[in-house]
Design a protein around this ligand. Structure first.
Ligand SMILES: [Zn+2]
Length: 314
């Protein structure tokens, strides 16, 4: 989780750590908490900024190793922690361990054993890097409701980037969130760079920069989003009739023909066309439903709708 408010105790710890972050060149941050190991990590470079933090309040304790274990069943933890022999050996077993115990009790045992390790001496920078990346992506996943398959792909891209050493001089959060964005694009999951930046607590500018680096270094061919694909997807998600979906496509085609779609976010355009068609066809889905399905805010939908209505004379 991203720590936004430091407790007085943490403040004290941070005061003694005033050196610059090697990844960002500024002070360390944003911060993520690994509450089981009692460590606060820098999401940019993976440095441990505070350890033996025992008095985290409940509001700061959203990430635990049990969550880690649960997520591992979807593959994320195993993918990200591939370099960590201790973890990946355990996590590699699907639902049961060798003796047939369910994974939850087995994990409990394993992670309680992990807890007793001297994490500072065992943890190398690569492991800390992956741990920070995991926490950041886990947080973004829950905020943006992204499927495990997309997360898995993002973890793969991130690990590939790590092996290419292009992470050097870049922030962990910037790289993992870029990987997440690429995975969304590849899977046609309508999430914008802006939304991912907000969910990950990084600036849009910073994320764009990292995104370009990732695409170039991994020689990725990222197709641009086609708004037409999103229209049917969003329409289906909110239970529109085929007629309403066709009308939404018509609105989008008209807007495109008049050059109104240039430079606009394709997902916002698709969501707006669906919204406008819904009104025409008296569909039950509300603006809020469409916002939720598309990941585009109601405010954006209203603003784009105002422009399209005016320009198309509707
Ligand atoms: Zn740092």
């Amino acid at each position: 989780m991203i720590v936004s408010n430091k407790t007085p105790r943490q403040e004290f710890v941070f005061q003694s750590r005033t050196e610059k972050c090697p990844a960002s060149g500024n002070s360390h941050g944003p911060l993520v908490t690994d509450s089981i190991r009692g460590e606060i990590l820098c999401a940019s470079c993976g440095s441990v900024l505070a350890d033996k933090v025992e008095d985290l309040g409940p509001e700061q304790r959203s990430f635990t190793m049990e969550d880690y274990a649960q997520n591992s069943r979807t593959g994320l933890a195993s993918t990200l922690s591939i370099h960590d022999k201790g973890l990946s050996t355990v996590i590699g077993n699907a639902d049961r361990d060798a003796s047939g115990n369910s994974i939850s009790s087995y994990m409990k045992y394993t992670f309680s054993r992990l807890r007793t390790w001297d994490s500072r001496s065992k943890a190398n920078s690569s492991e800390r890097n992956l741990r920070s990346a995991f926490v950041i992506m886990e947080s973004a996943q829950s905020k943006l409701e992204i499927s495990d398959a997309v997360i898995e792909r993002a973890a793969y891209l991130y690990r590939k980037a790590l092996t290419k050493n292009i992470i050097r001089g870049r922030t962990i959060s910037g790289m993992i969130l870029s990987a997440l964005y690429v995975a969304c694009r590849e899977s046609n999951v309508p999430r914008t760079l802006q939304e991912i930046a907000e969910a990950g607590n990084v600036s849009f500018k910073d994320l764009s920069r990292h995104y370009r680096v990732l695409v170039k270094s991994l020689e990725l061919q990222v197709e641009s989003f086609n708004p037409l694909e999103f229209v049917s997807k969003i329409g289906t998600m909110v239970g529109f009739s085929e007629k309403a979906k066709r009308d939404a496509l018509d609105i989008l085609s008209k807007a495109h023909g008049r050059g109104l779609t240039d430079g606009k976010n394709p997902v916002s355009l698709a969501a707006t066309a669906v919204f406008m068609s819904g009104i025409i066809n008296e569909e039950k889905a509300t603006q809020k439903d469409i916002a939720k399905a598309s990941g585009v805010s109601s405010v954006t939908i209203r603003n784009v709708a105002r422009i399209l209505r005016k320009q198309l004379g509707m």
